[in-house]
Design a binder for this molecule. Structure first.
Ligand code: PLP
Length: 403
């Protein structure tokens, strides 16, 4: 048995059915491992969609959280805290930018950036009021709010949720000519995931992001990189954009920024962009709270050491080499960078969901994205031996599905 029937039965009855979780009931977790209520251990190859990049309950992050819990946790932005300024200074420096707008969830960071881009368009670029246009990519995933699903191409994300927010235009991901053609005088920003996560870990052609960078600069348009899932060491660099030597105008960060402990997201940009916001124009009661800011500082300290970027690059090569051996044995394609892999399954073997259930029986937790793709994104503390074990279990699950 995989799960505690009581916990699952209660969830079925009392939790909104906006997810379809695997029947695994976590009771505790450490490093790359989750233990369920019956004491079964699972190697976590999802890492809470990359929010647990540094491992479950990373000792330095947990120590920071404990210490801060004993001092002060929330004052709102009506007052200063001794944590927020230092955290924002450290994060801005990590990003090579001046200013941080702290928020909570990833979707909030995206929403905040949309507002900043529109306001920048009016105040700085001189776009007429209510005409600002933001260009996004087909098959994007930036969150679940009304404005964000307004520019989603996923019918499940949009169905029944209209009317939608106007002012967006979507072009094929990876297609520079389509992007160039879509930019007009009212365009204020291009919003992209440097590597599309939910779409199946889609890595763009090597010339794409540098071309987007040049286009945005040439047409006075903000380049906004949503690094909420791809950033903070996941792909072997601090930011996925680093693979192509690209520095966007605006970084959107979330997930791992909160160390797997608290929701913490941020819009990071230079002063000439973020200074379009004045008191009262934007905010969040919990945004930048002392507990989150203290944890964020520790996350930045860890990232400044570079150990996880290095681990992800080195162990990612091992993961990708291992997964590549399964092409033709139930796997049709493997994509990604660092410890982040999208694996397409031969539909003859069943859906991604069915395969993830087989893997859970074998002690490996992964999640499907779309019908036939599995995402491998383990905490970056995973070891080489554990990666080999995961690949072995995956090979065995594919053989089992074949029989
Ligand atoms: C690229 C990207 N942007 C934004 C979000 C939304 O983040 P959150 O779920 O914290 O709102 C996600 C979540 O998966 C994401 O992958």
């Amino acid at each position: 048995m995989l799960a505690d029937d009581t916990a699952i039965a209660l969830a079925e009855k009392h939790v909104a059915h906006n997810y379809s979780p695997l029947p695994v009931v976590a009771a505790s977790a450490e490093g790359a491992w989750i233990t369920d209520v019956d004491g079964r251990r699972y190697l976590d190859c999802l890492a809470a969609y990359s929010a647990v990049n540094f491992g479950h309950r990373h000792p330095e992050i947990i120590a920071t959280a404990h210490a801060q819990l004993d001092r002060v946790t929330l004052v709102s932005r009506a007052f200063h805290s001794d944590r927020l300024g230092p955290f924002c200074a450290e994060l801005a420096q990590l990003c090579g930018k001046d200013v941080v707008l702290p928020m909570n969830s990833g979707a909030e960071a995206v929403e905040s950036a949309l507002k900043v881009a529109r306001k920048w368009g009016v105040d700085v670029k001189g776009v007429p009021t209510d005409r600002a246009k933001i260009i996004v990519a087909d098959n994007n995933f930036h969150g679940r709010t009304i404005s964000i699903v307004s520019f989603s191409s996923d019918p499940v994300a949009r169905g029944g949720f209209g009317p939608f927010t106007p002012g967006f235009c979507s072009v094929p991901f990876g297609d520079t000519a389509a992007l160039a053609a879509a930019i007009d005088d009212d365009t204020v920003a291009v919003l992209l995931e440097p590597i599309q996560g939910e779409a199946g870990i889609i890595v763009p052609p090597d010339d794409y992001l540098p071309a987007v960078r040049a286009l945005c600069r040439g047409r006075n348009v903000l380049m906004i990189a949503d690094e909420i899932q791809s950033g903070l060491a996941r792909t072997g660099h601090t930011f996925a954009c680093d693979h192509w030597g690209v520095v966007p105008d605006v970084y959107l960060l979330g997930k791992a920024l909160g160390g797997g402990v608290v929701p913490l997201s941020a819009v990071v940009a230079d002063r000439d962009i973020l200074s379009v916001l004045h008191p009262g124009e934007h905010g969040s009661t919990f945004g930048g709270n002392p507990l989150a800011a203290a944890i964020g500082s520790t996350v930045v300290t860890i990232l400044n050491r570079g150990e996880f970027q290095h681990r992800s690059a080195e162990l990612g090569t091992r993961l990708h080499q291992g997964l590549a051996t399964l092409i033709g044995r139930g796997v049709t394609a493997v994509r990604g960078l660092g410890l982040w892999a999208g694996v397409d399954i031969d539909p003859a073997l069943g859906s991604g969901k069915q395969l993830s259930l087989r893997l859970a029986e074998r002690g490996v937790l992964v999640k499907d994205t779309h019908e036939w793709t599995l995402r491998f994104a383990p905490p970056l503390v995973i070891t080489a031996a554990e990666i080999d074990w995961v690949v072995g279990q995956f090979a065995a699950a594919l053989r089992e599905a074949h029989n």
